[in-house]
Design a binder for this molecule. Structure first.
Ligand SMILES: Cc1cc2nc3c(=O)[nH]c(=O)nc-3n(C[C@H](O)[C@H](O)[C@H](O)COP(=O)(O)O)c2cc1C
Length: 395
C-alpha cells in the first residue's frame, strides 16, 4: 500500500466528499451524437476510467446552440439531452467517484460549418489569431448576452436533474467566458467591455446565475468550479497579473478554481524572467480560501504529490488517464512499474477510446500523446503545451 498524499480524501465546503485528490481532467471525445447526445462509445470510455479518480470532469458541453465548438461535442443545450446525461452521470458515479459536467460557449472559437451556416458570435467582431484564418464573429447584442447567461443557468438545472455532483464553467482555452475578459477579443464600448471590471461582468454574471440555480434547485451538495487559462500570448491579451486578479475576484463565489496548463511546473510564457511556477502564484492569491486544482503532464505518482507541494489542493490528470485508466488503482497498490506512460496507437481500442477520438488523438495530439511511434518525443516540460489549452502554435 502506498502513502501518497493524493490518496487522502477531500471534502468541499458544500459537503461533497472525494475519496482521493485525483481529478480526471476534462477531455473532449468528439464522440457524442450529431446533436450532442451522449453515445455508447463515450459511456464505455468513461466506465473504463470511473473506478480511480475521486472526481471526473466530463468533456466540455455547450449550453447554447450558438456555442457549439466542434463536431461530436457533448451538449446540454436542451431538455432532450437529459436522458443521455443521466446515463453519463450514473456511469461516472458507478464506482464511487463524483461527476462534474464541464460547460461552455465556444464563442469565436467555432465556425459557420459547425454552426450549420450561422456566423460564430463573440464579445466583438474580431477573429481569433489562432487558428489562422478563423472566421470573423458577430458581436453579441446586449439581449443575446443576457440570453446566454440564462442558457448557462438552464444547463446547470439540467445537470442537477441528470444527477451530476457539480458543474465546471470552462473559462479557459480562449472560449467565450475568456473572450469577454480578454482585451484581445473584447473591444466593446458598452458596459460589457472597456475596463477590467467591465470585462469581468459577463463571467461574474454567469457565476451569479449559476449559483442562484444551484441554491434554488439542488437538494444535495452540488459544486461550481471555474477553469482559467493563466495567460494569453496575443497582444493585447490576458497577462498573468490579470488572471491572478480574476482568481482573487471569483474565489469567494465558486467551490474550486482549476488552472489549464500543459505542465504543472510551467512559468510565465510572456515574462521569461519570471521563474516562479504559475501554480505557486495562484496558490498564494487564493490563500486557502477556495480549493485549487493543478494540472499538466502528471505521469508518475510522485509528480501528483509534487503538484500538492506546489500549493494545489487537488491534482487533475488528462492524457495519462487515457494511457493508463487504472492509474489511481495501480498507485494505491504500489504497482508503479506497470503504469503505462507510453502507448502504441494500436492500444487505443483496448483502452476503450472511441474510434473518432482515436483519429483525432493521432492527428491533432500526436506529439503530446507519447505514442511509441512518436518521431519527436516532447521532453521539455516548459514547452509542453497541450493543444486544448488554447494554443494551437508550438511555442
Ligand atoms: C484529447 C484532449 C481533449 C481535451 N479537451 C478538453 C476539454 O474539453 N476541456 C478542457 O478544459 N480541457 C481539455 N483538454 C485539456 C486537458 O483537460 C488538460 O488540461 C491538458 O491535457 C493537460 O493535462 P495533461 O498533461 O494531464 O493531459 C483536453 C486535452 C486533451 C489531450
Amino acid at each position: 500500500m502506498s502513502n501518497y498524499h493524493f490518496l487522502e480524501s477531500f471534502t468541499f465546503e458544500r459537503g461533497l466528499q472525494l475519496k482521493n485528490k485525483i481529478v480526471m481532467s476534462p477531455m473532449t471525445t468528439m464522440a457524442s451524437f450529431y446533436n450532442g447526445m451522449v453515445s455508447g462509445d463515450e459511456l464505455n470510455y468513461y466506465e473504463a476510467r470511473a473506478g480511480g479518480p475521486g472526481m471526473i470532469i466530463t468533456a466540455v458541453a455547450n449550453v447554447s446552440a450558438s456555442g457549439k465548438g466542434f463536431e461530436g461535442e457533448l451538449s446540454v443545450e436542451s431538455d432532450e439531452m437529459i436522458s443521455g446525461l443521466k446515463k453519463l452521470a450514473t456511469t461516472l458515479k458507478s464506482k464511487g467517484g463524483k461527476a462534474i459536467l464541464q460547460i461552455f460557449h465556444a464563442g469565436r472559437k467555432s465556425n459557420s460549418k459547425i454552426l450549420r451556416g450561422e456566423q460564430p458570435v463573440s464579445a466583438s467582431a474580431i477573429a481569433a489569431e489562432y487558428p489562422k484564418a478563423s472566421e470573423i464573429p458577430r458581436a453579441l447584442t446586449e439581449d443575446e448576452i443576457e440570453e446566454i447567461i440564462l442558457d448557462f443557468g438552464a444547463a446547470v438545472k439540467r445537470a442537477i436533474i441528470a444527477g451530476f455532483d457539480g458543474v465546471e464553467l470552462h473559462g479557459a482555452n480562449t472560449y467565450l467566458l475568456q473572450q469577454f475578459y480578454s482585451e484581445n477579443a473584447n473591444q466593446r464600448t458598452d458596459s460589457w467591455g472597456g475596463s477590467r471590471e467591465n470585462r469581468m461582468k459577463f463571467p461574474m454574471a454567469v457565476i451569479s446565475e449559476v449559483n442562484q440555480i444551484i441554491d434554488e434547485f439542488a437538494n444535495r451538495p452540488f459544486i461550481l468550479g471555474y477553469r482559467i487559462s493563466p495567460e494569453e500570448i496575443e497582444t493585447p491579451g490576458i497577462r498573468l497579473e490579470d488572471s491572478l486578479y480574476f482568481a482573487d475576484k471569483i474565489k469567494n463565489h465558486v467551490d474550486y478554481i482549476h488552472l489549464s496548463m500543459g505542465s504543472y511546473k510551467r512559468t510565465s510564457l510572456n515574462d521569461k524572467a519570471d521563474i516562479i511556477p504559475i501554480l505557486e502564484k495562484f496558490s498564494k492569491v487564493i490563500a486557502n480560501e477556495v480549493p485549487l486544482i493543478g494540472v499538466g503532464s502528471v505521469e508518475k505518482p510522485r509528480e501528483a504529490d509534487e503538484v500538492l507541494e506546489y500549493g494545489a489542493d487537488l491534482v487533475a490528470i488528462g492524457r495519462e488517464l487515457l494511457r493508463e485508466p487504472q492509474w489511481v488503482q495501480k498507485a494505491m497498490a504500489g504497482d508503479e512499474a506497470s503504469i503505462r506512460t507510453k502507448i502504441s496507437p494500436s492500444d487505443l481500442a483496448e483502452l476503450k477510446i472511441p474510434d473518432i477520438m482515436q483519429i483525432y488523438l493521432k492527428a491533432a495530439f500526436n506529439s503530446v500523446m507519447h505514442f511509441t511511434t512518436d518521431t519527436n518525443q516532447v521532453i521539455d516540460y516548459q514547452n509542453e503545451v497541450a493543444p486544448m489549452e488554447g494554443f494551437e502554435k508550438k511555442l
